[in-house]
Design a protein around this ligand. Structure first.
Ligand SMILES: [Cu+2]
Length: 110
């Protein structure tokens, strides 16, 4: 995926912007995702999940797919625990009516 803060297209109907509440470092970071229709209207009808882990340490810290929670402002939020320095990867999955419509990943170092 493009870097945090950039638009990421989901097919031809939606785009989203994802980010963290702070630059990821040891401890808990809050991931956030905002989804918009192509017309720029906020959309909260999709389901979003994230799996976080260290690619070089398969299975050591993988969180498995966990669903984001929707805030009252329509922002998808989820805390992610960064428990070790090194290379991390988050994998996002977007579903509409239970069907996967987008998968993407982002790697970062802590
Ligand atoms: Cu590790």
């Amino acid at each position: 995926m493009p870097d945090p803060g950039k638009k990421v297209l989901i097919g031809s109907d939606y785009y989203f912007i994802y980010g963290f509440d702070k630059k990821p470092k040891m401890g808990t970071v809050i991931m956030k995702v905002e989804i918009f229709t192509m017309g720029g209207k906020k959309d909260t009808t999709l389901e979003v999940k994230v799996d976080a882990g260290m690619p070089d340490m398969k299975g050591a810290h993988d969180t498995g797919d966990r669903p984001f929670k929707l805030s009252q402002k329509g922002v998808y939020l989820l805390p992610v625990d960064i428990v070790m320095p090194g290379d991390w990867e988050i994998k996002l999955t977007f579903l509409k009516n239970g069907k996967v419509i987008f998968r993407g990943s982002y790697k970062f170092s802590v």
